[in-house]
Design a protein around this ligand. Sequence first.
Ligand code: ADP
Length: 170
Amino acid sequence: MPTNITLVQGDITEQDVDAVVNAANSSLLGGGGVDGAIHRKGGPDILAECRELRATQYGRGLPTGQAVATTAGRLPARWVIHTVGPVHQGAGSDPAPLASCYRESLRVADRLGARTVAFPAISTGAYRWPLEEAARVAVETVRAADTEVEEARFVLFDQRAYTAFAAQIG
Ligand code: ADP
């Protein structure tokens, strides 16, 4: 079923959705940007679950393009879906791992039974993916996904990111 794509400018930690997606790093042990905000606001339970996942399933870290869920601590959401975006390597960087983040996050959402999912602009911060291309990959991938998720909400932190995503949605 095609999902309904919505856009908001705002903070992903404030979204009242079933699941929020975290632009995590492969350690799953926290970082800056979205990751820092989610752990700060969600509290220590999320990190405790991430440590458990590291210890039991992802000793070498969560691979780029994959996704895994924890509960959401004090966030309004029920779950956090952690995914690891690719670092941009300059011109010609392969967008497939970035597309995989969106696809795998929706797959995890389906497994959880999440019907509303909020995504940040994965890889467009510390991982330096050009915003226009990241927005194109994000929107195309979510549009093409076969999922039970009813709303995929892109949550853009600033005006520039919002404009880039809005241009892709048309
Ligand atoms: P990555 O390491 O995947 O690049 P970042 O967290 O550094 O992830 O950045 C991803 C995007 O999320 C950037 O566009 C950044 O501006 C944005 N961002 C940072 N904090 C938040 C937040 N609290 N809510 C939504 N988006 C955010």
